[in-house]
Design a protein around this ligand. Structure first.
Ligand code: CA
Length: 368
């Protein structure tokens, strides 16, 4: 009995020793691999569609680079380039797709000519606001669809900022009916541009840095950009008189960070987590900044003589009907547009149902 207990204990102990030794061996291996990954450093270029250090939009990728540097203890260095430094603003997508730069920061709807469904990931006229958009992207299947849409271009997209609802735009004449859009040439990208063209105007897509001169020289008659905090920085009040609201064309626009797929795949897992976490941080931080700064900028614009105008109800009604036609036609013409619309619209309907008794109901009681 004593012997058998001793034998049993000896078997148990030697088994335990083997387990401990093999566990140590495994741990040694993984810590060696971990140490190798920890020593590997990456230097990336991030090209943007914005002027250098432009408030909000241009600062966001700089903040991303700083965060990633600190979180990775300098293992991932990202250098940010303004529009035109390596590639022009509207060539950011191609540059990252081909690997000229590892990353880009811009807006998905700039690539509508290449990818009809891309505007879903910026903003849809009369669609989701910022809060709702973040919900769809991160907990409603939106991000997965965005990655599927960009996969053929060797790109991994993620949200990289949101301006909140924008303004309707800058005009030099008053808009009393939908007929006042006739003959107007306006900088208004994405699906908003399609709606504007359908309403009788001519939509133009151009990067922010070209808008002021184009308005000043009459290349365009009107322009939408962002909201007071950004529009003041570009000085549009010096070349346009009427500032219309609300921004029916962009109710909650998301900015995008795009990463070349091969570069993304080359990162160890912890750096991937750092990149994703830093993107989520700048995505929320941009919205916080616009929310905090817009009203002070609006007061300054009004002091300089800008006349604030609300779009007439009849104009809004016609634009909303036109937007529905534009969406239906795109659904009929493009399979990915239809697939993404199905997800977006189902999410939109349920979020509207709940926001009627939450956000909207609260705004009503607060403001009365
Ligand atoms: Ca805009």
């Amino acid at each position: 009995m004593t012997i058998s207990v001793r034998t049993f204990l000896s078997v148990v102990l030697s088994t335990a020793l083997i387990i401990i030794l093999s566990a140590c061996g495994g741990s040694d291996n993984s810590s060696t691999q971990g140490a190798a990954a920890e020593q590997q450093t990456f230097k990336w270029k991030l090209v943007t569609t914005w002027p250098k250090n432009f408030p909000g939009l241009g600062v966001a990728p700089e903040n991303f680079a700083t965060l990633v540097d600190r979180m990775s203890n300098g293992r991932l260095k990202v250098k940010v380039y303004a529009a035109g430094e390596i590639v022009p603003a509207l060539e950011v997508f191609s540059a990252v797709s081909s690997g000229t730069a590892e990353m880009g920061h811009g807006a998905a709807y700039y690539w509508k000519g290449k990818i009809p469904a891309a505007p879903f990931f910026t903003s849809v006229p009369f669609g989701l606001n910022a809060q709702e958009m973040n919900g769809w992207l991160h907990h409603g299947g939106g991000l997965e669809l965005w990655r599927e849409l960009y996969a053929p271009f060797n790109l991994v997209p993620m949200a990289g900022g949101n301006t909140g609802i924008q303004m309707g735009g800058w005009f030099n004449k008053e808009l009393n009916s939908i007929d006042d859009f006739k003959g107007l040439k306006m900088r208004i990208p994405g699906l908003g541009g399609e709606v504007f063209t359908r309403a009788g105007g001519t939509a133009v897509n151009m990067p922010g840095g070209e808008i002021f001169t184009s308005l000043q020289t009459g290349v365009i008659d009107a322009a939408e950009w962002v909201a007071p905090y950004n529009d003041l920085a570009f000085g549009f009040h010096n070349v346009a008189k009427y500032y219309y609201y609300p921004g029916w064309q962009e109710p909650g626009p998301t900015l995008e960070l795009i990463i070349n797929k091969s570069a993304y795949d080359s990162l160890p897992d912890d750096l991937v987590a750092i990149v994703e976490a830093a993107a989520r941080t700048i995505n929320q931080d941009m919205l916080d900044k616009y929310t905090s700064r817009n009203n002070a900028a609006l007061i300054e614009l009004e002091k300089s003589g800008v006349e604030l105008r609300r779009y007439p109800d009849e104009v809004i009604k016609r634009l909303r009907e036109t937007a529905q036609q534009v969406m239906a036609e795109n659904v009929a013409n493009d399979a990915m547009f239809k697939k993404i619309y199905t997800s977006y619209d189902a999410y939109r309907q349920q979020v509207i149902a709940y926001h009627k008794i939450s956000e909207e109901a609260y705004f009503d009681i607060r403001n009365d």
